[in-house]
Design a binder for this molecule. Structure first.
Ligand SMILES: Nc1ncnc2c1ncn2[C@@H]1O[C@H](COP(=O)(O)OP(=O)(O)OP(=O)(O)O)[C@@H](O)[C@H]1O
Ligand SMILES: [Mg+2]
Length: 245
């Protein structure tokens, strides 16, 4: 479903690449975690998947479509197969919860009535059926992230990308948002890529786990195995320090 084949990305002015010959695959319907320290290249990996950053070499394909090779209208079409959940929610403050979820549908040219029905349905699924007309400032962080998740799912993407999506939340809200993502994965069959500093999130939810260090993949395997016997310097350090919390 998701395939990275020898992907390298170097930002201008940087001496080392942010992604260095990265190759991995994630099966359709799986939840895959990506962990690593700050600056390891995790967000770059996500931005390259969305086409926000262009790769220097290698290919990224999603559902058989080589997204790294596309531009313009073709890229925008392919991007509808990707839902992105952000750390700081990134909701539009002048729009209600319902209007925020309708937004990607409007951009995709979906008729207003249809977009409204779909947005209502999604807000119901994420447990916010009673907050349709609330503005983001009137919602808690956990509720805002639920809106963010509903919005990410609006165009029925095959893949959900979550970059540090619980970092701005307290542990109770983090847990319930993670459970929501796991339920959506089970119910909708959406493939999920979770970028996180927190090993506990990977342990609870991920089928696979990738560890990235200075742009290179240093571990990749079933999450349980990787966490039980960490081989890389970086994961050993993470396991023995505070990144469980
Ligand atoms: N737009 C940019 N221009 C130049 N360098 C960048 C840019 N974005 C990221 N970098 C560099 O690329 C490397 C990887 O950054 P990235 O944001 O992918 O790390 P990360 O693993 O997401 O870190 P964090 O856990 O702090 O979010 C870092 O050295 C960073 O300084
Ligand atoms: Mg990041």
């Amino acid at each position: 479903m998701i395939t990275f084949d020898n992907v390298t990305k170097k930002y201008k002015g940087m001496s080392v690449p942010a992604l260095d010959r990265v190759s991995f695959t994630v099966d359709a319907g799986a939840i895959c975690g990506v962990v690593g320290l700050s600056g390891a290249g995790k967000s770059t990996l996500i931005r390259c998947m969305t086409g926000l950053e262009r790769v220097d070499s290698g290919t990224i394909s999603i559902g058989g479509v080589s997204i790294s090779a596309l531009t313009g209208a073709e890229l925008r079409q392919a991007q509808r197969n990707l839902g992105v959940v952000f750390q700081h929610f990134n909701l539009l403050s002048q729009r209600t919860a319902l209007q925020n979820v309708m937004f990607p549908l409007e951009v995709a040219g979906v008729a207003r009535n249809e977009a409204r029905d779909r947005a209502r349905e999604l807000l119901d699924i994420v447990g916010l059926g009673d907050k349709l007309n609330s503005y983001p400032s009137k919602l808690s962080g956990g509720q805002q992230q639920r809106v963010g998740i509903a919005r990410a799912l609006a165009t029925s993407p095959k893949v959900l990308l979550c970059d540090e999506f619980t970092s701005a939340l307290d542990p109770i809200n983090s847990k319930s948002i993670l459970e929501l993502i796991m339920r959506l994965n089970a119910d909708l069959g959406v493939t999920v890529l979770i970028v996180t500093h927190q090993l506990s999130i990977a342990e609870q939810s991920c089928d696979r786990l990738i560890v990235i260090d200075e742009g290179q993949i240093v571990e990749n395997g079933p999450a349980k195995d990787v966490l039980e016997s960490p081989k890389s310097r970086i994961l050993r350090a993470m396991v023995t320090t505070l990144t469980w919390s």
